[in-house]
Design a protein around this ligand. Sequence first.
Ligand SMILES: *Cc1c(COP(=O)(O)O)cnc(C)c1O
Length: 415
Amino acid sequence: MFGKMKEYLSEELGKLHEQKLYKHERIIESPQGAEIIVKGKKVLNFCANNYLGLSSHADLIKAAHEEIDDRGYGLSSVRFICGTQDIHKVLEKKVSEFLGTEDTILFSSCFDANGAVFEPLLQENDAIITDALNHASIIDGIRLCKAQRWIYSHGNMSNEIGLDPSTDKELKGLEKCLIEANEKGCRFKMIATDGCFSMDGDIAKLDEIVALAEKYDALVMVDDSHSSGFMGKTGRGTHEFRGVMGKIDIITTTFGKALGGASGGCISGRKEIIDWMRNKARPYLFSNTVPPSTVGATIKVMDLLTASTELRDKLERNTMKFRNEMTAAGFDIIPGVHPIVAIMFGKYPDCSKLAVDFANKMLEDGIYVIAFSFPVVPRGMDRIRVQLSAGHSTENVSFAVEKFTKVGKELGMIK
Ligand SMILES: *Cc1c(COP(=O)(O)O)cnc(C)c1O
């Protein structure tokens, strides 16, 4: 029975190979960290979401071991039957305190949290207004709910119409969408945005978004997966960075990036919304939650980050050092403050090939970075995306800049 599909898939897979779009997994033969082993060789890793260097942190490994010993390996149940332990409640409380929210509900991933969050809250007569560059899991979550949908051009707060750079389609600004949703008489309106957008490292203008939400009576949902733990003075996230803590109705985030790097996620926010999720969110009702080892380690993360800002401070120093030195070396980087640093290749001839060649040469020189081309980023916006970590030493960052400069000169990009 598989015959016809086999033929079809083989052909399509062949096309992906031809177009150089086939995804190859790179195999790491060591724990995750600033230094990893790839093909038997030690290299410095500059492309992980390991922002705080916690992925293989000794305290987390110990906490995970302890919780396996104390509370076992798994729960063999969803939360509301017999899958909730005391430690799940402890973690939910600590996450709420950290994010400055009223309550939190855990999910086995942020992808699940985003898949869960919209459908129970919004119906046909409601509006969801979403940034054009939002994460795939927000897009999927919105698809699962019946609300009317407005997509605003990335970061565009205006009440005008603009061009979307990736599709060249006309898209409205956020305020224009809110006005239209009001004119249609929508009952609830919800604005959904990533806190930080992972390709450019730009931060959502949450202060302006909150102001518009207040003006047009909308709720605000922020996915802070690329910011929880380090953005803002005490690392609470983009709501702290933009000065709107307590004003975001719903925050979703992952424990799979800065906050330990294993897995798990949550929805955090207004008490009644979280209560509703415990009764209606489908991935919560029909899927297991985070296992004890991960809960134990994530509780440890919350304790570490509440006790001291040392890690996020170090990440900030590494980020600014890298950004400043790369700019001084003559590279074209998207300005900002986030540890995602996009080094742009668009102004050079044959930029897609150049970016790939550049990344390959960097790996030969002991620096692991990745080139991104169409369709992951718009055509002509080819780039190498670097991600800094608190796990990097100052010397690691200097070494990376040195190698970028060397390869940049070899390839005729900088003088
Ligand atoms: C990584 C990411 C997710 C998915 O997180 P998981 O916990 O790995 O499922 C969701 N949203 C955003 C914005 C992300 O960057």
